[in-house]
Design a protein around this ligand. Structure first.
Ligand SMILES: C[S@@+](CC[C@H](N)C(=O)[O-])C[C@H]1O[C@@H](n2cnc3c(N)ncnc32)[C@H](O)[C@@H]1O
Length: 176
């Protein structure tokens, strides 16, 4: 007999479950677009969420400034211009519960995150990154622009990580 548990959940369900289990007080997000993931995080009212995007400077489907308007009544959310490749310099070490990175990820983005953002997490903190599955590494733009694959990079790491889903999939990496 087929178990009733053997059915699908969404990425929203997954993110909500992480928030429930980790009970974060501070989240940083890079890559807002229309605010789908930010909407999920923002429902945790006792958590401060700093969201960053490079808006019109992104050479692709970038976030529009309308998203600022969308979240203007959320007291726990700040939306500011911030570049993933520079912002880490301003973030205190050991200060964040969850960092979510969704900026057209590839293997180099993952490597940069691990080298520069893991240290920003508290010891029980969690890095959440879009992608990481074999299917996601085959996405058209990754092949077209010869981007470094994520999965083989993940497999080379000593850190504890877990990739969930097929496409786009999500990767969770524990600080320790
Ligand atoms: C895939 S979308 C984000 C999707 C969003 N998290 C969601 O749940 O729908 C990628 C976003 O990353 C932003 N982005 C690209 N490069 C970035 C960078 N270096 N720093 C910050 N944001 C960046 C883009 O402007 C775009 O809004």
């Amino acid at each position: 007999m087929k178990s009733s548990y053997n059915s699908n959940l969404t990425y929203k369900d997954l993110l909500e479950s992480i928030i429930f289990l980790k009970n974060p007080k501070k989240i940083i997000e890079f890559g807002i677009l229309d605010g789908f993931s930010l909407q999920v995080f923002s429902s945790k009212k006792d958590c401060q969420i700093e969201a960053y995007d490079i808006f019109e400077d992104f050479n692709g489907n970038g976030s529009s400034r309308d998203v600022v308007e969308k979240f203007k009544d959320y007291k726990n959310v700040s939306i500011t211009y911030g570049d993933f490749y520079k912002k880490f310099l301003e973030i205190e070490d050991n200060s964040v519960d969850i960092i979510h990175i969704d900026i057209a990820n590839n293997g180099d983005v993952y490597q940069f995150a691990i080298e520069n953002y893991i240290k920003k997490l508290k010891n029980d903190g969690l890095l959440i990154l879009e992608g990481g599955s074999e299917e996601r590494d085959e996405v058209e733009w990754m092949k077209k622009y010869n981007k470094k694959k994520i999965k083989p990079y993940l497999e080379s790491l000593k850190l504890k990580w877990k990739n969930i889903g097929n496409f786009p999939s999500i990767t969770l990496i524990n600080k320790i």
